[in-house]
Design a protein around this ligand. Structure first.
Ligand code: SF4
Length: 345
């Protein structure tokens, strides 16, 4: 059973747990309480990332439930006395601010533009392969995860689901029939809302009538600078009920960002040790354009080396706009949509 390495200086090279072939999460006993605390503080990110990325339900149904909960309670991640149900919910939860859960019927991808340079999914795939996760045996090579296809049908509580946080559904190596199967699952799982984000919207547009385009599927594309606004035009050609833009990482000004037929815009800066800078004037330019066109605007983060410290206030406010899905409008028309840019202090 491969272990999860610990990066804390006090317990370097020791493992806090492992993942069995069957996907069970097992936590090893620690030698002393203070050492346990070091493990908890330094390893909790790895632990949560591992649970949320693999979202193996077995992980929370088998060995180690009480041990994991004790550790999480110790560092304030859950309240003491939390039960396995809460842990299971966390296993399916996403840390991405604008969604609730992730579903990965495909893993792996290839870089296509500057926004991909520090791809989080690629880093995670490398780490998960090293941990012995069988889903990531091919690391970042495009791999169909057919056994995960029907997972959303088993989730009864309605939720917002980000499709393929570890891949791009419209990558050229994903067979057309498989994309159709994914859409068929999303259509059947009508209790959920699915957010499909791609850097390859031209393929989504070309598939046209081959896809059912149910109302619970939101289609989005990433745009990192003015060189890639053509993706917006491809996105608008799709028959998706809600179309959104993820402008993250924002790497340059986009003064003429096309917004016709767009129902939601998310902006964020890059985070991590090699984060590329995002200028505030680029953000204001997009925010003002969205406000003028009545398009809901969500500001995710400033990013940088310490993204928590940089926060997500813009003009002293948070911007949590979400699409208004209650009004039915003709194709490509968002003029009558009430902006739901919810502003909180
Ligand atoms: S398209 Fe997305 S998943 Fe694929 S390499 Fe680029 S950033 Fe990573």
């Amino acid at each position: 059973m491969p272990g999860i390495g610990c990066h804390g200086w006090a317990c370097r090279q020791r493992a806090i747990g492992g993942v069995s072939e069957g996907g069970a999460l097992v936590v090893y006993p620690r030698a002393s309480p203070w050492q346990e605390l070091w493990h908890d503080v330094y390893c909790r990110t790895v632990l949560v990332e591992m649970i949320s990325v693999t979202h193996t339900e077995k992980a929370v149904e088998q060995v180690g439930q009480s041990s994991i909960l004790r550790r999480m309670a110790l560092v304030g991640m859950v309240s003491s006395g939390s039960n396995a149900k809460e842990l299971k919910t966390m296993a399916q939860a996403s840390s991405i601010e604008w969604t609730e859960s992730t579903w990965n019927p495909v893993t792996g991808c290839t870089k296509i533009s500057p926004g991909c340079a520090h791809c989080y999914a690629q880093r995670m795939a490398k780490r998960l392969k090293a941990m012995g996760q069988t889903r990531y045996r091919n690391e970042f090579k495009v791999t169909l995860q057919a056994d995960a296809l029907e997972t959303p049908l088993r989730w009864k509580r309605p939720r917002m689901i980000f499709v393929n946080s570890m891949s791009d559904l419209f990558h050229e190596d994903v067979p057309t029939e498989y994309i159709i199967e994914c859409f068929s699952v999303m259509e059947k799982a009508a209790q959920h809302t699915f957010q499909v984000l791609t850097k390859r919207p031209e393929r989504a547009a070309a598939m046209g009538d081959n896809l059912p385009w149910p109302k619970n599927v939101w289609m989005g594309t990433s745009v990192e600078n003015a060189d890639f606004t053509s993706r917006v035009h491809s996105l608008v050609e799709t028959r998706s009920a809600i179309r959104f833009l993820s402008i993250e990482p924002l790497l340059g000004p986009i003064p003429r960002l096309p917004l016709r037929g767009i129902h939601w815009v998310i902006v964020g800066g890059e985070s991590g040790p090699a984060a590329r800078p995002m200028e505030s004037k680029w953000v204001f330019q997009i925010r003002d354009r969205c406000v003028r066109r009545n398009v809901p605007f969500f500001f995710k983060q400033w990013g940088g080396v310490n993204k928590k410290k940089a926060g997500r206030l813009l003009d002293g406010q948070t911007w949590n706009g979400m699409p208004n899905i209650s009004c039915e409008l003709p194709e490509g028309d968002n003029s009558g949509r009430q902006s739901s840019n919810r502003v909180a202090g």
